[in-house]
Design a protein. Structure first.
Lengths: 282, 400
């Protein structure tokens, strides 16, 4: 049947075409992505080296101090006890790896996400194009990102960071756009009426007034990045996620609970620090 | 000299504004166009000119297009057609850079809801217009402080807008506009969000500032009392079109149509009209002409009092009929039997005359700066004005 059919009409070779296209893409961009991957790896390494170079107790005190500055006594004490607990359990190096991964992912999210956020805040056309892409990025199961990322970056820290960025960036973009759009119309008018250029309007009025919303977006991105930690370990990204993965594959409940708790503690500390619950004056 | 000239400016909001302009030119009304095309006419072929140094009030109810109109002047809203000339330059044809310079140096704006930047201090708000011009820090601090001092907010420069009351916030809005030292102030319902007492203070203060600075002020309001109080000239708008342009008196005395009439009906005329508007010609006697003449005038005109003046028309006092008769018997002169009464000035508001007039049994003399008698105000005239302004005002006997 199929033979007689294909005698008249040729088969649509979509599988081969996609394969060829991907091969061609990977071949042509190999140097670029390898370079990018190396760059990411190098950056995370620097961070992790820096973190581990600092004496854990000094590190804990620094974090507690930041927590006090941002949120007050409660969070400072929680950070102190929580981080000491992680150290006590023996997960300090893994925690530093995870922090390095998340921090890198968030920095990249901010560098890429804020400009896009401003863009969708200012342009309806950009909003209409980018919003569905963001929906796609957030609803697509996070595991799926691992496939193309594996193609391009191989295994290790870099693909983990890239997958984390893709999954955690949307809130930063969305909230930045929302923040820009929420600036009251009469303030925009005032800024224009006094002869501001477009960039003066952006930097002197829109961005400062959107800052709270933008920070809320970054906070959400950090939380999403933490939720990617375990998934990223599937492409051999090291850190607390790898420990959880190990616990699952070897049915080690003890490791699972300990590393899981460590992730929760890190999540709470980062959340409280970036949420800035101590209300600014005015 | 005309500072701003607006020629047939139209703004149509909608999908095909040019078509809207064509329809307007064919004589269709705002509501016709809304029904036919779904487009909204913001401003309909408005033309007027604003003189250098005057307070020009654009007045209308909400939806009359007044706020749109003021934004067409500095192109916060792009006009669909027409031209706006400022110092002879066409704002509608300016490129971005020229427009920015015009906004920076020629026109500054005060907003209804103040539109202060909440993240900046009062000083930083005030110097915003200078900051975007990249004026050195020292200089803009100094200018901003001067502006703040002018509106009476010295000492508040480090506060944030949220810490100030509404009236104070709008002073900051005013200071921000003044710091630029622009010739033209656009004030969009600047005092409408303030409560009545503070609003009145701000109006007084604006008039006070204006007497020092001689800016050209375009003032938008929906409040006729405010318009009459501060406006040198008023343009009345309805459905985006100009209904009438004139001085406050002109609008009150000669409403262009039924719409304006209805508008001015509820005005408290005693706060607008002055003695000059309601005074009548008095029976006078120049004192050197003697008692006999005075008594003859009283008899001929059927009045019991005449107003005595000297050769320069200076008001001397009132001569009563019975006093005149007594003086004639005793051989006295007019000067000896004159009664002194309170006088009012030409520009005394009716509302300020109530006390004087209720304490007087005769019409009140109205005098000018040199004390010359210009007219008299009868009690009935004030009551008539309050009962129906337009009829009395077209009445007789006003000595000019």
């Amino acid at each position: 049947m199929s033979d007689t059919y294909h005698h008249f009409i040729p088969k649509i070779e979509i599988g081969t075409w996609v394969q060829d296209a991907v091969d061609a893409f990977v071949n042509h961009t190999e140097t670029f992505f390898t370079g990018l991957g190396n760059g990411i790896n190098w950056f995370v390494e620097q961070l992790v080296d820096g973190f581990t170079w600092i004496n854990p107790f000094v590190f804990i005190i620094i974090v507690a101090a930041i927590a006090f500055w941002r949120s007050g006594w409660g969070v400072a004490i929680f950070s102190l006890v929580g981080l000491w607990f992680i150290f006590d359990l023996g997960y300090w190096p893994d925690t530093m790896q995870t922090l390095g991964l998340i921090l890198t992912a968030i920095i990249i999210s901010i560098i890429i996400g804020i400009p896009f956020g401003i863009w969708i805040g200012l342009s309806d056309a950009a909003k209409n194009i980018i919003t569905p892409i963001l929906d796609f990025m957030q609803t697509m199961p996070a595991f799926v990102y691992l496939i193309p990322v594996l193609f391009l970056f191989g295994t290790g820290m870099a693909p983990g960071v890239v997958a984390t960025v893709i999954f955690s960036m949307p809130p930063t973009i969305r909230m930045a756009g929302l923040g820009i759009r929420q600036v009251p119309e009469d303030l925009i008018e005032a800024s224009e009426a006094f002869g501001s250029t477009t960039s003066q309007k952006l930097f002197k009025v829109q961005l400062p007034l959107a800052m709270k919303t933008i920070m809320a977006g970054i906070n959400q991105s950090i939380m999403l990045a933490l939720s990617m930690v375990v998934i990223a370990s599937l492409v051999a990204a090291p850190g607390l996620g790898a420990k959880v993965y190990l616990a699952v594959t070897q049915l080690r409940l003890d490791i699972g609970v300990e590393s899981g708790l460590a992730i929760v503690i890190i999540a709470i500390v980062l959340d409280r620090i970036t949420q800035n619950t101590r209300k600014n004056k005015s | 000299m005309d500072k701003i000239e607006v020629r047939s400016v139209t703004k149509v909001f909608g999908k095909n504004p040019k078509r809207g302009v064509e329809l307007l030119n064919q004589g269709l009304t705002k509501s016709d166009i809304l029904h036919k095309t779904g487009m909204t006419v913001g401003v309909n072929q408005a033309s007027f000119s604003i003189k250098d140094g005057e307070i020009f009030v654009i007045m209308g109810l909400s939806g009359s297009g007044k706020s749109t109109l003021v934004r067409l002047l500095n192109r916060l809203i792009e006009p669909t057609s027409g031209t706006v000339l400022i110092d002879g330059k066409d704002v509608t044809k300016m490129n971005k850079q020229e427009l920015r310079n015009t906004r920076r140096n020629k026109m500054s704006m005060v907003f209804q809801r103040f539109a202060l930047f909440p993240h900046r201090t009062i000083l930083a708000n005030t110097e915003y217009g200078l900051e975007v011009q990249k004026i050195p820090k020292e200089e803009r601090h100094q200018k901003a402080m001067e502006a703040l001092e002018l509106v009476g907010l010295k000492g508040y420069e480090d506060k944030k807008p949220g810490e100030l009351s509404g009236g104070m916030q709008q002073r900051v809005g005013l200071a921000r506009a003044l710091a630029n030292d622009a010739d033209v102030l656009l004030m969009d319902e600047a005092f409408s969000a303030l409560d009545p007492l503070i609003r009145k203070d701000m109006q007084d203060e604006l008039l006070d500032l204006q007497s020092k600075m001689q800016k050209t002020i375009v003032f938008i309001t929906h409040d006729l009392d405010e318009a009459l109080r501060i406006g040198d000239r008023i343009v009345l708008m309805k459905d985006g079109g100009v209904v009438q342009i004139g001085t406050p008196e002109e609008i009150l005395m000669n409403p262009a149509n039924r719409y304006v009439e209805q508008f001015v009906e509820d005005v408290d005329v005693t706060k607008v009209f002055t003695a000059e508007h309601v005074m009548k010609r008095p029976e006078t006697i120049e004192v050197s002409r003697g008692l006999r003449v005075a008594m003859k005038i009283m008899k001929d005109e059927g009045v019991s009092t005449v107003y005595a003046i000297d050769k320069n028309k200076k008001f001397l006092g009132i001569l009563y009929g019975d006093e005149a008769a007594r003086a004639a018997e005793q051989g006295l002169k007019i000067q000896d039997v004159l009664k002194q009464v309170e006088t009012v000035r030409l520009d005394t508001l009716l509302m300020d005359m109530f006390e004087v007039i209720s304490g007087s049994s005769v019409p009140i003399p109205v005098v000018d700066e040199e004390g010359r008698l210009r007219g008299i105000v009868k009690r009935s005239a004030i009551i008539d004005v309050m009962a129906d302004s337009s009829e009395v005002l077209n009445g007789d006997g006003v000595t000019k």
